[in-house]
Design a protein around this ligand. Structure first.
Ligand SMILES: Nc1ncnc2c1ncn2[C@@H]1O[C@H](COP(=O)(O)OP(=O)(O)OP(=O)(O)O)[C@@H](O)[C@H]1O
Length: 165
């Protein structure tokens, strides 16, 4: 499940597929939202104002059905905003601005995803968008609204977050 935050407009699509040979998909992501969001060697800042966006991946833990089936967890977290997906032996790596691992709490999402700064931008008058996408059951509603009856301020912070450098 991925979240995209944009205070202006999304110009190019992320995530970056690290296995792709094409430079077309590599984008410069200004550090509007956080401390370290440069994803590639593209240093052309001329249209920086149009490129302010943050792509955040949250990986949910296996659900009861998946655990009962003894499904293998197919995702690795090397850090620095990367994830590796093992599809029956074929491993592909992807780069995000922020990756939230399965034990990340709602508070981690709020603190680390850029949502706080998005809200500040909205208050300052910028047009802002936050949207979640992912297949059914991937956790869009859970991420945007939190689990039922959870008080996010009682959830301890976890270390299950990695940022791109
Ligand atoms: N990060 C998570 N931690 C624990 N449980 C989660 C997480 N993400 C999702 N779930 C659980 O997985 C189930 C499906 O999540 P959710 O309803 O948010 O998916 P969705 O993407 O909104 O699905 P749909 O597109 O069908 O509406 C829910 O029971 C939810 O509580």
């Amino acid at each position: 499940m991925a979240l995209v935050f944009s205070p202006i407009r999304v110009r190019k699509f992320l995530p970056v597929d690290l296995d792709s040979d094409s430079d077309e998909e590599n984008c410069h992501v200004p550090s509007y939202f956080g401390s370290s969001t440069t994803l590639s060697s593209n240093t052309d800042n001329s249209d920086e104002a149009e490129d302010n966006f943050n792509v955040v991946l949250r990986v949910r833990p296996p659900n009861a059905q998946e655990r009962n089936r003894r499904d293998q967890f197919a995702v690795d977290f090397p850090g620095d905003g990367q994830v590796s997906v093992n599809n029956q032996g074929t491993v592909r790596s992807f780069q995000f601005n922020v990756v939230l691992e399965p034990d990340a709490a709602q508070e981690d999402v709020f603190e680390s995803s850029g949502m706080k700064k998005l809200i500040e931008s909205a208050i300052m008058g910028y047009t802002c968008t936050a949207f979640a996408f992912g297949q059914t059951g991937s956790g869009k509603t859970h991420t945007m609204t939190g689990p039922p009856a959870q008080n996010v301020f009682q959830v301890p912070l976890t270390k299950a977050i990695s940022h791109s450098t």
